[in-house]
Design a protein around this ligand. Structure first.
Ligand code: AMP
Length: 404
């Protein structure tokens, strides 16, 4: 069986999925797993396509000190115990910089170019690149594909891509990139089946997960995003503040004496729903809490989604459909109901019954704007890109070398 391995590596975990290649290039998910607690309490967990447990085992800390070691343990488990020898590996890479507007087959030159973008995403890019390097060293002819969170947004106009700062900084790469591109691309690709009447129109997609952003789609292409230079901007998130006056950062430095790395940690880890509520970064816990600050955090989240919807509708010059996706967007009927109220002035009317059962179409027939819930699948998007590049690049022979 031909399989594709999808890898999403972060600072303390490596998530992976395996897809089998079926007839006519269709892909079927075989398993999901992750090595987490890297460098602290390493643990391998995996489950099959139906959620059946395949592995749950702890490792001594010294055997999994870093991401390459974690990739090594996961790879060994796949090869030696499950006899899975992928024909290619697709990687989620957060930053493709200004140049990559689509996935790319990886070689040493590509890795060197992607290293240049480490300064644009210092918390993510090095970890994304590290399993790529270790696989390149161990299995040099195994095709690897980098799929970028920024690529889908490279269709933005110059005016949407700029900050009002001197041009030299834009040339250096200080631009409004936008992120969650693989999620938005998946939604744009599948929307014609869910909502054929509006998929080619003006659509706002709200990706509401631990990371959250919104994207304006016109004709299936991204024209605007709430995220910018980094994944800190836009909506409040689990632990990131979203839009914030840069003056706050100056205050933290000048009045609180915080260093650059303190500010970085603060903005990525201590703000957002967690910082505002003082209770949790997890929406389920906030919804269950009686704490007034948890309520304020939810109110703020919903309010900012409404504000940003207005901004994106202005970018689109109208609105034909609104889509919810990701952990909160797909599962929280109460957040969707609250957002639906915020969007009431657009003529949005949600159907409480359809909303409570997480139906695909959750708006009433008399709603001026139809509202959908579409589960996202970034890993499938990566597997599809990887297979497409493999098939369309004559020099990559899938059967030439497998991980063995
Ligand atoms: P993600 O990053 O897409 O996995 O989304 C994670 C977020 O989704 C967390 O804040 C979870 O609390 C939230 N979430 C997942 N399921 C639910 C649910 N049933 N109700 C509310 N929030 C949920």
């Amino acid at each position: 069986m031909d399989t594709i391995l999808v890898v999403n590596a972060g600072s303390s975990s490596v998530k992976f999925q395996v897809f089998s290649v079926e007839g006519e290039g269709r892909l079927r998910r075989q398993l999901k797993g992750q090595m987490d607690g890297i460098g602290s309490r390493p643990r391998l967990r995996a489950s099959g396509a139906n959620g059946d447990p395949l592995a749950d085992r702890a490792y001594p800390i010294e055997t999994v000190p870093d991401v390459p070691a974690a990739m090594g343990v996961a790879g060994e488990w796949l090869r030696d115990e499950l006899r899975i020898h992928p024909i290619a590996v697709g990687h989620r890479v957060v930053h493709g910089g200004p140049e990559y507007d689509r996935p790319v087959l990886i070689d040493h030159g590509v890795v060197a170019r992607l290293e240049r973008f480490v300064s644009l995403a210092p918390l993510h890019q090095p970890h994304n690149l590290s399993p790529i390097r270790s696989i390149l060293a161990g299995f040099p002819t195994l095709p690897q594909v980098a799929c970028f969170d920024t690529a889908f947004h490279r269709t933005h106009s110059a005016v949407a891509d700029h900050y009002a700062i001197p041009h030299q900084l834009h040339a250096e790469g200080v631009r409004r990139y936008g992120f969650h591109g693989l999620s938005y691309e998946y939604i744009a690709k599948t929307l014609p089946q869910t909502a054929p009447g509006v998929a080619k129109g003006r659509v706002i997609v709200a990706h509401l997960g631990s990371g959250a952003s919104m994207c304006a789609l016109k004709g299936g292409q991204s024209v605007e995003s709430t995220m910018g230079f980094t994944a800190l901007d836009g909506l409040p998130m689990g632990t990131r503040p979203g839009q914030i006056d840069p003056g706050v950062v100056l205050y933290l430095i000048s009045e609180r004496g915080m260093s650059a790395s303190n500010v970085q940690n603060f903005l990525y880890r201590d703000c957002g729903l967690k910082g505002l509520s003082g209770v949790s970064n997890d929406m389920r816990e906030l919804e269950a809490s009686q704490d007034a600050k948890a309520k304020l955090a939810i109110d703020y989240f919903v309010y900012r989604i409404g504000l940003n919807a207005g901004m994106l509708a202005a970018a689109l010059q109208g609105l034909d459909a609104f889509v919810f996706t990701a952990g909160i967007g797909e599962n929280s009927a109460s957040i969707r109901a609250r957002v639906g109220e915020q969007l009431g002035w657009f003529g949005v009317k949600l159907d409480p019954t359809e909303n409570s059962r997480n139906a695909r179409l959750i708006s009433r027939p008399d709603s001026l704007i139809p509202v959908y819930v579409v589960p996202t699948d970034e890993e499938l998007m990566i597997a599809q890109h990887t297979l497409a590049l493999l098939v369309n690049t004559p020099s990559t022979n899938p059967r030439q070398e497998r991980v063995s």
